[in-house]
Write a protein that binds this ligand. Structure first.
Ligand code: AGP
Length: 588
């Protein structure tokens, strides 16, 4: 997901474009760029990193009244300057949000016509096609129409043509794009946060509509290049509410993206029930070490059970801060997997460097493209969670679980299990639409909460407990369900909340008897399961959709994320930026 913006008007363009980009950073922030017309030609500036890095290269007083800008979340091509937008080929300069699925075929066709490329991106085929068709059509609208006919995938485009500096052109399919007007000019943007500092009036471009935007006029054409009318909308909310897309917090917004994130991650590795070549074969490894921190470590715990179960190879899981210093037994048959959303966690990076120094093969499972861990590992598999702003990870966690289950299935050559993922996004959505406020109300005043589960459910309990701890500051702890009675059950008092999870049906009886042990001592029990429940040993029951065991961790974590969110909200905590925490712990 990237952010695009353009401005053309009577006011200087650069302040407007940079301001807009700052309000689009939540859509992606590994690099940024801007193209603007000055002295009757297009100037382009690009920088890797946040918008503030680009801002240092910009002179706001530049006499330019027309330009386009882009903030990037890399999907194809690492976030180096050469891959940052805008991309220029011949007379056309373009910023793009989306993914061109057939870019390789288009690039090959263009290269065969001696058209050369500078970047590794999918985007660069767009200005190349525009320039190619324009050389024949000499009409910009017809050129855009021909170009988008070739594109498969999603795009929101901002386009400048050297033969028409009086207009910015825009077109969208599958990615959002708005046109907005203020008193002195007009904007194009990925969405309203980018323009709210100047106007709250905007037009939502429809699929395949082409906009021709000058400083005084906006024309919208349909795919047959017929001029069409448009409806002007007024955005009523604040800039902050627009950034949050109407949600109260990024954490809630990101949890509610989980059905899409699951699908984006799954579809990147699997198509028509078969693995794509994006999922390498790791079958030569005879044992696996998984190393990570925090939630990523819990992903490792869950994945280790699944890999051992399916692949019949030993998996050793360790927190990175220990692994980096301890004596580790690995050899040429070992694969060390480092899991990290940010790809910058110091302890995880140090553990990776230790394995690399010992010539052990390493695989990085990360969300941020070309992050340090991604760059230094021998292999890298990306999750497709998009930028995660809230400090408490949610959608990235779910995407990592998804990816590791797929890795286990591939390793075990059990591709038949891929059918169990079909329609899972609907079950995720069903869970996202449930209300967990009553559960939160029943526990938010407590100072201790327990989570218990067996096997994979214990890994989910660890994550649920961490979510509750880090967002609501309640002291919570996860126990293997069979372990509580070995001492810690002494902490159970009348009313102590205990959240029990069971998605492994052959363990239901055991887990239920553990729950009855705490219930008989006065605990307040919340039971989460996909199994049928006969007698009433609980105070609250959350029934999960009944899916195959292999995909249940993707589902069972969702109620825990939402319960943690609702509890933190009731306790008035700083949900997106909890005290003492950072999104990426880049220190030891
Ligand atoms: C998760 O909600 C926490 N913010 C934290 O435990 C996090 O998972 C941990 O710091 C690891 O971060 P990483 O995935 O970016 O390496």
């Amino acid at each position: 997901m990237c952010g695009i913006i353009g401005y053309i008007g009577k006011d200087k363009a650069l302040p407007r474009i940079l301001n807009g980009l700052k309000f689009l950073e939540y859509r992606g922030y590994d690099s940024a760029g801007i193209a603007y017309v000055v002295n009757n030609k297009v100037e382009i500036k690009k920088e890797i990193g946040r918008i503030s890095s680009l801002e240092k290269e910009i002179n706001y007083d530049t006499e330019t009244y027309m330009g386009i800008g882009h903030t990037r979340w890399a999907t194809h091509g690492e976030p180096f300057k050469i891959n940052s937008h805008p991309h220029q080929v011949g007379k056309f300069t373009v910023v793009h949000n989306g993914i061109i699925e057939n870019y390789a075929k288009l690039k090959n066709k263009l290269e065969n016509m001696n058209i050369t490329f500078k970047s590794d991106t999918d985007t660069e085929v767009i200005p190349a096609l525009l320039n190619y068709y324009y050389s024949k059509e000499k009409d910009i609208l017809k050129t855009i129409k021909k170009t988008i006919n070739d594109l498969e995938g999603s795009y929101a485009l901002g386009i400048i043509c050297d033969d028409d500096y009086e207009n910015i052109y825009a077109v969208r399919f599958g990615s959002p794009l708005i046109i907005a007007k203020d008193k002195n000019g007009n904007f194009i943007a990925s969405d309203v946060p980018a323009i709210l500092a100047y106007t709250n009036k905007y037009i939502l471009l429809n699929e395949l509509e082409i906009a021709k935007v000058s400083k005084n006029n906006i024309e919208v054409y349909n795919k047959d290049l017929e001029l069409v009318s448009y409806v002007e909308k007024i955005f009523e909310g604040s800039q902050e509410s627009a950034l949050l897309n109407g949600y109260d917090h990024y954490m809630l917004k990101e949890i509610n993206e989980e059905d899409k994130v699951f699908l984006d991650t799954f579809n990147y590795y699997v198509q028509n029930g078969k693995f794509k070549n994006t999922m390498p074969d790791f079958k030569k490894y005879k044992n696996i070490h998984i190393v990570a921190c925090g939630s990523a470590y819990y992903v490792g715990i869950i994945a280790s059970s699944i890999i051992e179960e399916l692949c019949n190879i030993p998996v050793y899981v360790e927190v990175a801060s220990e692994y980096r210093y301890k004596k580790v037994f690995y050899d040429k048959d070992t694969l060390v997997i480092i899991i990290s959303q940010s790809g910058e966690t110091a302890d995880s990076l140090a553990a990776l460097r230790k394995s690399c120094a010992d010539n052990i093969d390493t695989l990085a499972i990360v969300n941020v493209v070309a992050s340090s861990i991604a760059r230094e590992a021998k292999y890298v598999l990306y999750v497709k969670a998009g930028p995660e702003i809230a400090v408490a990870t949610t959608k990235a966690f779910l995407a990592q679980i998804t990816l590791l289950i797929l890795l286990a299935i591939k390793l075990a050559k059990k591709d038949a299990l891929l059918k169990e993922f079909i329609g899972l996004e609907k079950l995720i959505k069903k869970l996202l639409n449930q209300d967990y406020k009553d559960v939160a109300l029943s526990i938010y005043k407590n100072s201790n909460v327990f989570f218990i589960g067996r096997g994979i459910d214990y890994g989910i309990c660890l994550e649920g407990s961490l979510k509750l701890k880090e967002t609501s500051y309640i002291n919570s702890v996860a126990f293997q369900a069979g372990e509580l009675k070995h001492g810690s059950i002494s902490l159970i008092e009348v009313g102590t909340p205990v959240i029990g999870i069971c998605t492994k049906k052959d363990m239901s009886k055991k887990t239920i008897s553990n729950i009855k042990e705490v219930k008989s001592r006065g605990a307040y029990v919340i039971y989460i399961t996909n199994d049928t429940v006969v007698d009433k040993f609980y105070d609250k029951l959350i029934i999960l959709p009944d899916a195959h065991e292999i995909v249940m961790p993707i589902l069972s974590v969702i109620p825990l994320q939402l319960i943690a969110y609702e509890v933190a909200k009731l306790r008035g905590c700083d949900i997106d930026k909890p005290r003492n925490l950072a999104k990426s712990v880049t220190v030891e």
